[in-house]
Structure formats: structure tokens, C-alpha cells
Unconditional design. Structure first.
Ligand SMILES: Cc1cc2nc3c(=O)[nH]c(=O)nc-3n(C[C@H](O)[C@H](O)[C@H](O)COP(=O)(O)O)c2cc1C
Length: 275
């Protein structure tokens, strides 16, 4: 399927690589940006103005946040040497060094702990898994708002989950105190047009959308369809990947977690007791 999609129906069809997809009920520029998302892994070196970084952060802060706790912070890393060190810690991902900006989104319970210490009151609820979950979720929602804002401005992004491969060293590099933990990195920059990124198709809705109650049956056909569609996507890049193989490989062994199997211990050591 060609990547040139002009009508809303073509944009949605491209998201699924489903030529029979129905026209969307409504359309607007926000929906256009959301449906056109693709991760970018080659960047031009053009710097990103401070005013744009602040705009990405105000978009991030516009995300919903559990109980208005705002339990996250973000570190904007631009220094080439620091980015290069973080790239090494994140498995040598070249795009971190190439792009002008790496945003490291953190779960931040330290702010609330400081408030509690200032008033000399307990903060027992912060010790529970629920509170860490809230902070991680808040950070993710904020980061995704920044992604949408960046893409709406023509910037490219790619998340860096590998920032959690070595969270102790990342925390040291960024000066993160106890109670602040790196959740995910986000590379931001002008996409290098030479990369020719494509919209990666997603599972048919029949595999993910359930009516009223979860229905575990009926997944085989949409998954088989998806295998064909994503094989076409990979073949366009001279790759022969299977989605099923990739899922099973990614989740099939401890080794495939690239060090992230230690996350519970690292969190508890860094001010997230996870009771
Ligand atoms: C939490 C998270 C962590 C990710 N970590 C990485 C990463 O470390 N390196 C990378 O190249 N892509 C990373 N990605 C990008 C995914 O591989 C990508 O979103 C997925 O393959 C779908 O492709 P698309 O974003 O182009 O639609 C990450 C995405 C998410 C949501």
C-alpha cells in the first residue's frame, strides 16, 4: 500500500493496512496527527529552540494527572557528551546522539516527600505500589502529550525504554535523587528525510476492541491478517519479520529484558518501596 494518504479514509486505512477500512465518522487536525504517528530513528542536527521545549512541556503538563499529584518531572538533555553517555547506557542507540534533544521522563515522588518532610507529616501512602504506579502512569501520559505536540509541529520522536536498562547509572548521570526514577526517554528532533519512515500498521480492532466484556475468542483471524499486513510493512524495508515471532522473542526470556528484570530491586533501592 502506498504511503501517500490524502483523505481521512486513506489515513485510517494506512494505520491498519486494511484497504477495506471504513471512512472515519469525523476528522480534524488532531486526529490527523495521531493517526500519522511513526517513530523516527534518523535525525537532522538542527537545534530545538528553548521556546519549543517549553511548549512541549506545557503540552505535557496539560495531560490529566492522577489526583492532580503531578508526580513526574522531565530532564531535558542537550549536551552532546551527556547524550552520548546516555546512548551507551541505552544499548548504543545512535539516534540519541544524533538528535539535538533527549527528554527523560521520570516518576517523581520526591517532591511530595519533601513537602511531607517540611511539615513533618507522614507520607505512608507513597510507599505503596499504587503510588509508584500513579507516578509512572502520570509520566507516561505527560510524555505522550509531548509526542503529539512535537509531531504536530513537524518534529519526530522516538521513545527510549532502554533508559531503564541501567537506571542506577542513568540516575547518577542526571542527578536524580531518591524518589525520582527514569521511566522512559524521548528523542526529539527534525526527521532526516532520508530515513523514509512509514506508518507501522496496528492490530485490527477486532483483536483489541471488546464490547461490554472481554472476549478471549476470535483473535486468530485478526492476528493472522495482521501477520500478513506487517510482513508487507517489513518487506518494504527488506526485512522478513513476523509480529508473532517478535512478541514471543521480546517476552520469551529474561535475557530479552536487557537488564530490566532488575527493575523491582532498583526501584526499591531508589526510594520506591513498592509495598
Ligand atoms: C515505552 C516505549 C519504549 C520504547 N523504547 C524504544 C527504544 O528503546 N528504542 C527504539 O528504537 N524504539 C523504542 N520504542 C518505539 C517502539 O518500538 C515503537 O513505538 C513501536 O515499534 C511502534 O512503531 P511506531 O511508533 O513507529 O508506530 C518504544 C516505544 C514505547 C512506547
Amino acid at each position: 500500500m502506498t504511503q501517500i494518504a490524502s483523505s481521512p479514509q486513506q489515513v485510517v486505512a494506512r494505520r491498519y493496512r486494511d484497504p477495506e477500512s471504513v471512512p472515519p465518522a469525523e476528522w480534524n487536525p488532531v486526529l490527523q496527527v495521531l493517526h500519522e504517528h511513526r517513530s523516527v530513528r534518523r535525525y537532522l542536527p538542527d537545534p530545538i529552540p528553548d521556546a519549543i521545549v517549553r511548549l512541549l512541556v506545557s503540552a505535557a503538563q496539560s495531560a490529566p494527572t492522577s489526583s492532580n499529584l503531578q508526580a513526574w518531572s522531565v530532564i531535558a538533555v542537550r549536551e552532546p557528551e551527556r547524550k552520548a553517555r546516555l546512548a551507551v547506557l541505552a544499548g548504543g542507540q545512535e539516534h540519541i546522539t544524533q538528535a539535538p534533544l533527549l527528554l527523560v521522563w521520570t516518576a517523581d515522588l520526591a517532591r511530595a516527600r519533601t513537602l511531607a518532610a517540611g511539615r513533618e507529616v507522614p507520607l505512608d501512602g507513597a510507599d505503596y505500589l499504587e503510588s509508584s504506579f500513579v507516578a509512572f502512569l502520570d509520566a507516561a501520559l505527560a510524555a505522550q502529550n509531548a509526542v503529539v505536540a512535537a509531531e504536530s509541529l513537524g518534529y519526530g520522536t522516538v521513545y527510549i525504554g532502554a533508559i531503564r536498562n541501567h537506571p542506577e547509572q542513568v540516575s547518577a548521570e542526571l542527578g536524580l535523587p531518591a524518589g525520582v526514577f527514569p521511566v522512559v526517554g524521548l528523542v526529539v528532533g527534525r526527521p532526516d528525510p532520508a530515513e523514509n519512515t512509514r506508518v507501522k500498521p496496528r492490530l485490527p480492532q477486532a483483536a483489541v476492541l471488546h464490547a461490554e466484556t472481554y472476549d478471549p475468542t476470535g483473535q486468530a483471524k485478526p492476528i493472522a491478517d495482521y501477520e500478513d499486513r506487517i510482513a508487507e510493512f517489513y518487506a518494504e524495508q527488506d526485512l522478513t519479520h513476523s509480529w508473532i515471532d517478535r512478541v514471543l522473542t521480546r517476552l520469551g526470556s529474561v535475557a530479552a529484558l536487557n537488564g530490566r528484570h532488575r527493575l523491582r530491586d532498583q526501584l526499591t533501592a531508589h526510594g520506591f518501596p513498592l509495598k
